[in-house]
Write a protein that binds this ligand. Sequence first.
Ligand code: HSE
Length: 433
Amino acid sequence: MTNNKTPFRIAIAGLGTVGAGVVKVLQDNHDVIKNRCGRDIEIISVTASNKTKDRGVDISNYEWVDNLSSMAEDNRVDAVVEMIGGSEGDAKTLVEVALKNGKHVVTANKALLAHHGFVLSQLAESYGVSIAYEASVAGGIPVIKALREGLAANEITNIYGILNGTCNYILTEMRETERNFDAVLKDAQEMGYAEADPSFDVDGVDAAHKLVLLGALAFGVQPDFESLEIEGISNLTMKDINYAEELGYRIKLIGMAQCDDGVFTQVVSPCFVSKKNAISQVEGVFNAIMVEGDFVDKVMIQGRGAGAGPTASSVVADIIDLARGERVSTFGVPTEKLKAIEWRGVETLNAKCYIHLHVKDVSGVIADITACLKDKDVSIDSFIQRGHEEDGTASVAIVTHKASLVKVNNAVRVVEELATVLNKPTLVRIEDI
Ligand code: HSE
């Protein structure tokens, strides 16, 4: 360990939930952090959009900078902590200027890295500095460190998990309290879990940003956001949540990256996960990631995936690593070694599926639906029908046997056209994990 009398000097841009949390961790745990680093970590300067806002932390001892470039060019600064967010604009410019000025960058910005990680990592390499981004994936869980260091001896075959705390919180709360989607989302926003634009959470984009980074690290490929298939949770209803429960599953928004003979599938989508699987027991704002490696077998890590404290804990862990002099390539291997991704769509996989239909309760409706499935070679495993006498409709939940997702999708498209089917069918993959 370094025993360096010179402090490690940082500048923090962005003092929202996480940025203010970073200041608080550095202040509250100053002594323990100093002992672990062998040197002081000193905040030189800070900036945010509003200077006078009360953030619950004292920033009066730090220089306030109005100009992001001057922060990134400051000769006294060793690392710039980018807490602004967003894949473009100020955050991107700040990171580029900081790297070009020989500063390390610590960031929680998964959108920035998912879209520009490859180029930024080349830039960092050419200026001999690091990009540290533990906080960008799964809040307080040290999964980047686990993949880049602890599991580095393994060929990874599969990585999957719950990567968005807001969605997991919403799905858990809806099931446990039977409150509707909007009310529960509002709670998540008030607790500081949700993104500035919560559609990033509920549409699966935030989880996809994180999955791109995990996939790059796990498989040594260039981060490629375009190679992902993404579906969110906003079309799910209480009916789906209750049927899942009745059939022995929980609904989780799962991000999954797998590699089969050098070809990748990367997908974020709601999945039915057996209640017996450890992932389905991960509830609320908690995230969990399962990694399968050829020597280590399965490793699962879980913890709080969002919120000021857990996310700031990861940001400060990165600052500590840099202050100790630890340097690792952004995606675990030199940028020139990262392979361009060759991928195939999720439709090429086989899986059991759940289908929910709202139908007219008339004779022959079930025969018509099952005929469509038979016609596309999709076999039924279980079937639940609930009639609603008051309005003459019925709700139908079908679980298929394992089948090609192409065939199931084709069958559902035909079912949707039946005059007796009143809704756009809900189709959810049952993930055999
Ligand atoms: N909005 C994110 C989540 C925060 O809910 O998981 C951490 O990225």
